[in-house]
Write a new protein. Sequence first.
Length: 285
Amino acid sequence: MRRIALGMALATVAVVSPLSAQTWQAIGTPNGNGTGAYWNNGSDDSRTALPCNVGAILTNTPALAPTSCSNQVPVYIPLNPAPLTTSNVFLGGMSGSNPGAFRFAAGTYNIGLIGRVAGDLGTSWGTIDNAGNIRSAAQLAAGEATFSTPFAIWITESLPAAGVRTVYSSAQTVGVGAIAGRATTRNQQFAVFTNGTGMGGSGSLSTDAYGTVINASDPLTTFYVGMEDNVNGGRGFGESVGPSRSDRDYNDILISIRAVPEPATIGLMGFGLLALAGVAKRRKA
């Protein structure tokens, strides 16, 4: 029954105008004081004075210990080596405000789970493309996934109102379940980072009627998406109602996204390596 409801929620399509311009911005030093970038909030998952938000986890800044954050699955903190530095970038609006709708461009990708911090193990996630095709985390774990249209990330709400698991997406193509299209919801549930500079090449941004599209074609560039699974049972982010106020730390589910090189690209890379080997051999002679 849940699968049917999920499919119906994700398959609904609504056309809306793009949100304000988004840019790649330097991460800086996470401190969890709730100022600056939208993901730099204090986390209810911190066992020490150190922040456990997604930026702190991905950069290991300040240095986190295995006991810094609660309920890790698997026990993977600190990430060694840290996949990002504070000079890498995140996607956000003006002055680091949370991003609007975003998707990744068509192509073939490896998409995998890094881990969770206090994330509800019953929370589902996956991808949905412009045509409404849905992939679950289990399907993505099976290997490379090819998308003929841009695709978004979706997540189910971990604390549903009245027992209904609401589905949210990082795109506006998913109708009423699209987080960016909900006027009653104050913040995105997705934080996007990349290990590149984000300017030009892989990581360049374009905009269409549904929001931002991220070009992720370079296999050497990895994108990281941090998800927030608590929206206070539909009451909206930041609502100080009840014991389940969302902390907006975006660490409940962490995934990585990397493009798979096309066969022609692999051939060119191989040819280049052979050429370099030939030059080295001649130099030795």
